[in-house]
Design a protein around this ligand. Structure first.
Ligand code: SF4
Ligand code: FES
Length: 297
């Protein structure tokens, strides 16, 4: 028979229970961080659902997905996300919302969000566009977002840009001249008219939308492409580089895979987010190349 009072018995039992509890392995800092991220994602998703139910309108985006490094994601597919719509929202805003609230593995490039860095060119509703410059209100819904065509896909909306950069590099996209002013502190002046002539060509942000839209570039991997030729125009037409350099630049673009490949289809001009008259610049270089090669005896 027990000699303990009921409270003492209960305390003794509680102590025995505490002693019997199995020891848990210590949670590492990494695990703690993962847990915190998981909780954060869950709360973001819940918030998204609340915002969605409160929003007057929502927009569906269908996003291309592909990840060659993860089993089960190697087959390309489209994921649909419903995003609460607000006036003024861009395609990039919708993608950021989907990534932050629904799937943090959704991958795409972006940076400035003001059509300056050129990193978020996508194929939106069947046309090359900058995500940050394209209003959802200007598109048909649901909005279909794919990576730029004619480029290898690295993951989701990210494409390989190396080839594009190589073509740009091939035209030596930097100022070069032998005609420097005499005085050390003298500026190398450019006339207003000449600045006006090259003004539009200087606006390129290297987004590769034009290259992606070009049928010739799709069929000829060595074709310099509209962006590189535009860059060549920008320097070939700059009066400060001098005649020798202009000739060198024309030689660069009149090679087999240069300006003569262009069939004036205007697709590059149509999609350029900076409104550069690319086809016009290509034609101007063709004319200059012909003039350079004309001989009068
Ligand atoms: S020319 Fe226009 S479309 Fe082509 S890379 Fe430059 S900004 Fe983009
Ligand atoms: S995010 Fe920089 S151009 Fe769109």
């Amino acid at each position: 028979m027990s000699t303990q009072v009921p409270e003492q018995e209960a305390e003794a039992e509680a102590e025995t229970e505490v002693e019997q509890e199995p020891e848990r392995p210590p949670v590492s800092a990494h695990q703690q961080r993962r847990l915190a991220e998981k909780r954060e994602r869950a709360s973001m998703r819940q918030r998204a659902e609340e915002e969605l139910s409160e929003a007057d309108e929502s927009v569906e985006i269908k996003v291309f997905r592909y990840d060659p490094e993860v089993e089960g994601k190697k087959d390309p597919r489209f994921d649909t996300f419903a995003v609460p719509y607000e006036k003024g929202m861009t395609v990039l805003d919708a993608l950021i919302y989907a990534r932050d609230h629904f799937d943090s593995s959704l991958t795409f490039r972006h940076s400035c969000r003001q059509a300056i860095c050129g990193s978020d060119a996508f194929f939106v509703n069947g046309r090359q566009r900058l995500g940050c410059k394209t209003q959802l209100s200007d598109l048909e819904w649901p909005v279909r977002i794919e990576p730029l065509p004619h480029a290898d896909v690295v993951k989701d909306l990210v494409v390989e840009m190396e080839h594009f950069y190589e073509q740009m590099e091939a035209v030596e996209p930097y100022f070069q001249t032998n005609e420097v002013p005499k005085g050390d502190l003298e500026e190398q002046r450019q006339s207003r008219e000449n600045r006006e002539k090259i003004k539009m060509s200087t606006r390129c942000i290297w987004c590769a939308a034009c290259m992606s839209s070009c049928n010739i570039a799709a069929g000829d991997n060595q074709y310099l492409g509209p962006a590189a030729i535009n860059k060549a125009y920008r320097f070939a037409m700059d009066e400060r580089e001098g005649a020798d350099m202009t000739e060198h630049r024309l030689n660069l673009v009149e090679q087999e895979h240069g300006v003569w490949r262009c069939q004036t289809q205007f697709s590059c001009t149509e999609v350029c987010p900076k409104d550069i008259p690319l086809t016009e610049h290509i034609q101007a270089l063709k004319r200059e190349a012909v003039k350079k090669n004309l001989k009068f005896w």
